[in-house]
Design a protein around this ligand. Sequence first.
Ligand SMILES: [Zn+2]
Length: 297
Amino acid sequence: MRRAIGVTISERVSAGMVEGNRLTGSLQAYPGEGCSSDELLSMPADGIAECIRDQVLAAAGEEPVAAVGVGFPGIIRGGVLEESPNLQQVKGTNMRRLLTEMLAERGLDAPVSIYNDADIMAAGLAATRGHLDRMVRVWTLGNGIGYGQYPWSEGAWEGGHMVVSLDPRERYCGCGGEGHMEGIMGHRAMRLRFLDMEPEEVFEAAGKGDARCAEFVARWHRALAAATASMIHLGGPGKFFLTGHNAIHVELPLLNRYLNDMVKMSPLQGYVFEIVPGGDEIAVIGAAVNAERSASA
Ligand SMILES: [Zn+2]
């Protein structure tokens, strides 16, 4: 069975060797547990690439490597990081070329692929839950809203910026666009909307009957239902995973009720939501699985 290395870049760079949809050893990570996660934010693109190279080499050991897959937050096209809101300094970097060269200099010749971080989460969930034979989609509900799908296909796929409201006052999205899903559901956007309350407090107050918070929590669910309905109308029904730190606030009966009001055509029924833990390990597996598939295609 072919071995591939997966890498994910979140607050840290994590890498691992994957074989048969499973990690074969422990995750390599930089900075390590308990270290400041701000280090990557101030690191130039070359420094981040060197850091990825070192984690890949540590994960590789002496074993042959068929492919290397790397997940980055942002818009990636042809190995180029076209937009990365959390790591502005890497914008425009051809990370695939840079990493391929850096690894070759150290004797590791393997094709390198770069993916959006939500796409590798979708692939990781598909690989670890026996769904590699079907389409899997995932919403990551965190600071921003990510959309990922497996099998991987070329595109921008900025699903979190889907327009779900025509209200011109809906302009809390970090990208500056009006009416975006992330402007309603993103953690950062919720903090901007409720300047006096943390998002956790908003959900808690809604549960206790606070009218303003309850109205917002309903809108939060309707935004997720609306974006999912659009995806179903485009790509068909199927499995939608929900992950990220704000997925704990999702009330599935409410979400299903709203979605049911939005998707009426009978061939498009048969969608299923599932709330799942994500994490670096799933992302690393997904990056490796995607890279191995594209290397053997
Ligand atoms: Zn936006």
